[in-house]
Design a protein around this ligand. Structure first.
Ligand SMILES: *Cc1c(COP(=O)(O)O)cnc(C)c1O
Length: 461
């Protein structure tokens, strides 16, 4: 096991196209997919995957793609990471499920111990495990309401928190997440985000926080606020990095207001931004932290971790679920966390940022449509606009993404206006592969694909 924690993927780490994209076998499967799978489930890049590992995805036609999406920030340790595979195989052969609420098992407890060690703050902590990010966020809200006896939850412009009824209400963007799916859960309020590219020039984090807090106090009322919920760097919203001072000011306000400060680190957590958690960058200690995505190397797992007195406020049986903290997912999480530690994947994320941000800034210098380059660690993005304005250009984002896909690089779009290209490589991606992906991106901006007659599909999460 110790050796496996440092083991690389055995799959050749290369970009190699042997057919057009998508190839004939993928097109055939796409036909079956369209006849069997709901049209409500979208596809960013219609190539069917056969194998994946390290920084590549290999499709059923034998094409090998450089992966700058990591399954939306999930396979940070690499796809089919050797230690994760071994841990899953051992656990699945021992037992697959008991339901932790019926008869417990050690793996669940060990994951909660790791969460207590790794999350910010040295206070006493407890965790509860679930299956998805939305479930984690939803439970964080339940816990905050129960612990405070209050109902109002504050979320932010451009926020993404999931697709369940409560998390749809917390999510800001109508299409595709909310459109015609209402009515939404009540007692959810939206406050203005700190968005340096779109705020008045020079707006500080403290000023943006004052603006948000004034709105909360006036429209919700301090005494009604159970929780302030925020992504420390917004994910689906377009990798919006708030101005420094914004998050600490909100956390301070919560402390004074008796509200629970909840960090949704579902996308930012587990080394993605160059720290174990993005909140650490400004020394912010959330009361509750929701995690999922990168936690378990691709197995479904979500968690809420936080102050013991808040987490333990809930009556026995108030939290849980049949599958929450499934033993196979817990085994995968322990192996993924071990891999992050053994390979210093937080350091790897910082190195990825150190490669990508200067390259993207150089690209922006010669590309007037790139209005902003931002991000931290291995969570970086470019926002595309009509040159010289802040007017979003989603069409160009779609064209550049398609050009990258056609050239063998998986990139994702994001943003309330759909005009952001976001990059989330596996943290184990090799330097050569990353450099090559950036070359492809340069070429895609030099000659983006022709416009689509219909809109490109919206990004998945
Ligand atoms: C993806 C995401 C979620 C939802 O997670 P699911 O596992 O898809 O339910 C919630 N919050 C953030 C910040 C996310 O990026």
């Amino acid at each position: 096991m110790t050796d496996l924690l440092a083991a690389p993927s055995t799959l050749p780490q290369e970009r190699r196209l042997v057919t057009e994209v998508p190839g004939p076998r993928s097109r055939e499967l796409m036909g079956r997919r369209n006849a069997a799978v709901s049209a409500g489930v979208s596809t960013t890049l219609p190539v069917f995957v056969e194998r994946a590992g390290g920084g590549v995805l290999v499709d059923v036609d034998g094409n090998s793609f450089i992966d700058l999406g990591a399954g939306i920030a999930v396979v940070s340790v690499g796809n089919a990471a050797p230690a994760v595979v071994e841990a899953v195989q051992q656990q699945v052969a021992a037992f697959t499920h008991t339901c932790f609420m019926v008869t417990p098992y050690e793996g669940y407890v060990a994951v909660c111990e790791e969460l207590a060690r790794l999350t910010p703050g040295d206070h006493e902590k407890r965790s509860a495990l679930f299956n998805t990010g939305a479930e984690a966020v939803e439970n964080a809200v339940k816990i905050a309401r129960h612990a405070t006896g209050r109902q109002a939850v504050v979320a932010f412009d451009h926020a993404y928190h999931g697709r369940t009824n409560l998390t749809m209400a917390l999510t800001a963007k109508n299409m595709p997440y909310k459109h015609r799916f209402g009515p939404f859960a009540p007692e959810v309020y939206r406050a203005p985000m700190s968005y340096p590219f779109r705020d008045a020039p020079g707006t500080t984090g403290a000023e943006a926080a004052s603006r948000a807090i004034a709105q909360i106090e006036a429209q919700v009322g301090t005494a009604n606020v159970a929780a302030v919920l925020i992504e420390p760097i917004q994910g689906e919203g377009g990798f919006v990095v708030p101005a420094s001072g914004f998050l600490p000011a909100l956390a301070d306000w919560c402390r004074q207001a008796g509200a629970v400060f909840v960090a949704d680190e579902v996308q930012t957590g587990f080394c993605r931004t160059g720290d174990w958690f993005a909140c650490e960058h400004e020394g912010v200690v959330p009361d509750l932290i929701a995690t999922a995505k990168g936690i378990a190397g691709g197995m479904p797992l979500g968690a809420v971790t936080g102050r013991a007195e808040v987490m333990d406020a809930v009556h026995g049986g108030g939290l849980g679920g049949t599958y929450g903290g499934n033993p196979v997912a817990c085994a995968a999480a322990l192996a993924a966390i071990g891999t992050m530690r053994a390979q210093d994947l937080a350091g790897a994320a910082r190195a990825i940022g150190d490669t990508m941000l200067p390259r993207l800034r150089a690209l922006a210098e010669r590309t007037p449509a790139i209005g902003d380059v931002r991000g931290r660690g291995a969570m970086v993005a470019v926002e595309l606009v009509r040159p010289g304005t802040t007017e979003p250009d989603a069409e160009l984002a779609g064209r550049v993404a398609r050009a990258c896909h056609a050239a063998g690089v998986v990139v994702l779009t994001a943003g309330t206006y759909g005009n952001v290209l976001r990059f989330l490589p596996p943290l184990v991606i090799g330097q050569d592969l990353l450099d090559e992906a950036l070359d492809v991106l340069d070429e895609a901006f030099a000659a983006p694909m022709p416009p689509l007659t219909s809109r490109p599909p919206a990004s998945p999460a």
